[in-house]
Design a protein around this ligand. Structure first.
Ligand SMILES: [Zn+2]
Length: 253
């Protein structure tokens, strides 16, 4: 056995001894006294772990991560709540790229959507689906982003809040939210009963000789806009079983 191997084995042995010692009961008196760095003193509420000696680097990093937002920003506004729901997380991750989730709609709502879209386009209008089913936790997130931006950060000029303002502002833009349209915390989207679409009909559009509007066609398809002024893109199923005319209508033109 050469000297080099002996030295390295001794070195490894001494490391494992140190670890075993440190992992032992703190009451044994072998753990050196821990002097927290000055910044930690502000964090009286954080529990001091007895195994601090073992992984103090990791703990320090974790404490640092907890502390950073408050120390660096000094912003009194609470950050956006995290998303825990896995389905909502998938929606959040693909917010910009994923197509609207039509599969999550109730069959009657999905059918009404198809019917409506076909009516609109065959009469010369345009139909662009923006959103359909949304998991409840994702809907709640949209509501939180809207409130956080519009009510708390949009006009906030406090220096300490600027980092959070940038972050939430980017989130607001990414989700294509509008200041004038507050997403409700729980909605028909989460029930699979509603979709959002940008719909436009040419003024000259006629059906059976009469002028036809977006709302007229929506009614024929079994959907309605609860508030065409406040939320013009939001269409909701009128009833689980729309009138038979909904399905007959497309075949008449
Ligand atoms: Zn909507």
């Amino acid at each position: 056995m050469d000297l080099h191997r002996i030295v390295s084995q001794l070195f490894l042995l001494s490391i494992s001894c140190t670890c075993l010692k440190a992992a032992g009961s703190p009451a044994s008196g072998t753990t050196p006294p821990v002097t927290p760095p000055a910044a930690v003193e502000e964090e009286e509420a954080l529990p001091v772990s007895p195994v601090r000696g073992v992984s103090s680097t990791i703990l320090d990093a974790q404490l640092e991560a907890l502390r950073r937002p408050r120390i660096l920003t000094g912003c009194k506004i609470a950050p956006l709540p995290e998303i825990w729901d896995t389905e909502a997380l998938a929606f959040e991750a693909n917010a910009e790229t994923a197509p609207a989730d039509v599969d999550g709609l109730r069959p009657a709502a999905a059918l009404a959507l198809d019917t409506f879209k076909e009516m609109v386009t065959s009469l010369g209008g345009t139909f662009e689906l923006k959103s359909a089913y949304r998991p409840p936790a994702y809907q709640a997130h949209l509501h939180e982003v809207w409130v956080k931006w519009v009510k708390e950060l949009r006009h906030n000029r406090s220096g300490g809040c600027q980092a959070m303002r940038e972050e939430v502002g980017a989130e607001f833009t990414r989700h294509q939210l509008l200041v004038k349209q507050q997403p409700v915390p729980a909605s028909d989207h989460a029930l699979g009963l509603a979709f959002d679409a940008a719909v436009a009909m040419p003024r000259a559009a006629r059906l059976n000789g009469k002028r036809v509007t977006v709302d007229k066609l929506a009614a024929l398809a079994g959907i309605k806009r609860p508030s065409s002024r406040r939320d013009p893109g939001h269409f909701k199923l009128i009833a689980e079983r729309p009138a038979a005319i909904s399905y007959a209508a497309p075949s008449t033109f």
